[in-house]
Write a protein of this length. Structure first.
Length: 263
């Protein structure tokens, strides 16, 4: 299944208070309603020959002949491809629900989209705003603004290791599973009373409604976010987390399963 880029955008109505956030699929023509397009773009294996050719890239030659001769194996695998892709389309793969949450971090993204000037709030490819550790600890207005702003690239901010430098460490398991419509918690340990940012690179969402969330670690250095399995998201979701006041970066891998209705 090809990776599909996802962006958030806002559709202003009569006034700003009625503005809503929606998610869009860049390849919007590939939808469950567009059967000819979905067949062409989504199904990667159309025939026995293509299936064998696909396996030949990853299977030793001495196994290719056996696969070619095993008609039942080929037909079963081909059918599995069909069912998987159909299920993905029926579940709205790549089409996420509206961002309905209202909170300061969502507002910061809205401001960037409507007024411009803050590209770091829209993409992990843009360098985030420099972090001032002293100001965060001693200036309450700076701290509040930092925690109220979403910047995807903060997961790439960390400090060099040192004797007095805390290290960001994963507490919850590296690998977890979540069904669409359900949630799991991701926990790590980092610098106490300092910010930690989690960013998903494969959709889903955190409890703030976005694919990035900044929280503050408690006095023991523990920081936790809740990740939601979302319609439109299936399979592996790669999540990175780090703190600008600690060294290192941790990764979480969350496998999003179809919801019960999609089985």
């Amino acid at each position: 299944i090809a990776v599909v880029a996802i962006m958030v955008y806002f559709i202003p109505n009569k006034n700003l208070s009625e503005t809503s956030i929606k998610s869009i699929n860049i390849e919007s023509e590939v939808t469950p309603q567009s059967s000819s397009a979905k067949r062409h773009s989504i199904k990667s294996v159309h025939s026995k020959e293509e299936l064998i050719a696909n396996y030949s890239r990853i299977t030793p030659k001495n196994n290719i002949d056996a696969i070619e001769e095993d008609e039942e194996y080929v037909n079963t695998t081909h059918e599995l491809y069909d069912k998987t892709f159909e299920k993905a389309l029926n579940q709205g793969y790549g089409q996420t629900p509206e961002v309905a949450e209202n909170n300061p971090q969502v507002d910061s993204v809205k401001e960037a989209l409507i007024n411009g000037g803050y590209p770091e709030r829209l993409s992990p490819l843009i360098r985030p705003t420099a972090f001032d550790s002293n100001a965060y600890s001693n200036d309450e207005s700076y701290r509040k603004k930092y925690l109220a702003t979403a910047e995807y690239g903060r997961v790439f901010q960390s400090v060099n290791p040192g004797k007095s430098i805390p290290k960001t460490e994963r507490i919850s398991p590296y690998y977890q599973q979540v069904a669409q419509g359900e949630t799991i918690n991701l926990t790590l340990k980092s610098a106490p009373k300092m910010p930690v940012t989690f960013t998903s690179f494969d959709l889903g969402k955190f409890s703030n409604g976005l694919t990035t969330q900044t929280v503050e670690a408690d006095e023991s250095g523990h920081a936790q976010v809740t990740f939601h399995g979302m319609p439109g998201t299936i399979a592996n979701v790669n999540i990175l987390a780090s703190s600008p006041a600690a060294s290192g970066q941790v990764k979480f891998l969350v496998y999003t399963k179809f919801n019960e209705e999609g089985k």
